[in-house]
Design a protein around this ligand. Sequence first.
Ligand code: HEM
Length: 495
Amino acid sequence: MSEETHAPERIGTGHDPPTADGDGGEATSADGDHSRPAPGDTNRPERPQPLPVIGNLHQITRNPLGFFEAARGDDLMPYRVFTDQCYVVSNPEAVQTVLVDDDGAYRKGEMMRGQIGSLLGDGIFLAEGDDWQTQRATMQPAFYRDRVTGYADAMVDSSAELADSWEDGKVVDVATASSDLTISVLADTLLGIEPGSDREVVTRAAEAIAVRYDSRRVGAFLPEWIPSPTNRRYRRALEELRQTIDRIIRDRRRTLEDGGDPGADLLSILVTATADGKMDDETLRDNVVTFLFAGHETTALGLTYALYSLADEPAEQERLREEFEAFGDPVDRPNDAAARDALPATDRVVDETLRLYPPVQSFFREPARPVELLGTQVPAGTVLALSPWTCHRDPRWWDDPEEFRPERWSRDPTRRTGGASKSKSESARPEYAYFPFGGGPRHCIGMRFALLELRLSLATLLSRWRFEPVTETLSFAPSATLQPDGPVRLRVIRP
Ligand code: HEM
């Protein structure tokens, strides 16, 4: 199988047939009929009603995740943002159609470009067509299995350094700690950014971006040129970040030109691509910004929510610690710990965390031409919101969907995804009821990197510390990702 597989091994089962109630077929009119149930449709939840001019923006900003929850059980829920006609797609088969089976008919689209185009520019995340294909093929080698395994050392070293900075009984904010950890891993492994002030610039920019894109603000849906204080702070932070990145690129280019060892990290691959004429300088910079944000915050959220969930589950923590005792300290054997199926109980915790708290809670596509989806005519340019948050907690596919239950992944150790208990709903679970990393050709290029980092960081932290809850209840400030609304505090105790 090539590195560029369409169905990543950790996403979905690929063989489970959908149940009758998940097969869509609802006759929703493409002009956004928000209230009329389809004939015979008695179970569909009530749809959020739009207001004139702003559409459903008042409901989205009041409670972004609640809005997506309203789409559960409604395979294609129409909504409107100003004049943009949108649907939440919560039928897994339709998700698969959009991302995999008919992916050529869809593009990232104007809404996403309008929202995050100023941040990610022409980098791989938003690029389309041949341009995207060239970028993906250029960068893919940095994410080959062997290359990613080679980052194991840096992942366990940074995690051990973090664990060593804690004291017995101390309360730590695991959200900030995880973010610092994943920035340093990304900087060490893929980008070769030295510790110190450069990393602080990245942190400042990440904070400004999270505020700018906080979905509870109407401003998050308005253009960036509006001179609000948030936008001004965002633009300043981004400018500072770009200047820093330009300097890092100049330094690396000089090393390459002087015949120094460029290494084989992502930054060298990108700088070489500009020298070969495959990428211009601006796209190179856009890609460094893209990887800084796509690659650090997402993984940090995964780690934060895994630790938060485990803090409530002392028995599960104990189970993992037994696994580490049997395996040995990952710090001593990082490459063994990176091997496939090395720490299965830890991986189940990772799978379950990404189900319950998908770091990318939703992302978007637009049909490039008119398409039919679940029997609905969808005009070109309609916004389709694909929402792991909606699908991962849908009771049609998951028993006790709101519960953190790692053992649901343990039925078949060779296929971690796709089913534990053969209950009625879970045995019928379609592949794309679980897609934390997206799917199809544009699935997350950093998936393998992220899964390894989550496994190794959890193993390193949990073998040194027991976690107890301090923050009782999570609340969210969802932006492009599932940010917590404030610190996530846990107490660390020597096991
Ligand atoms: C738990 C951690 C992560 C999660 C949940 C996650 C999730 C996702 C999702 C859902 C997409 C698809 C978006 C779409 O189709 O519109 C995506 C794409 C992407 N991710 Fe990740 N990601 C994670 C970690 C990473 C890491 C560590 C990196 C890089 C080091 C990375 C880099 C990217 C890039 C560059 C893309 C765009 C790929 C393309 O369009 O070809 N991600 N990610």
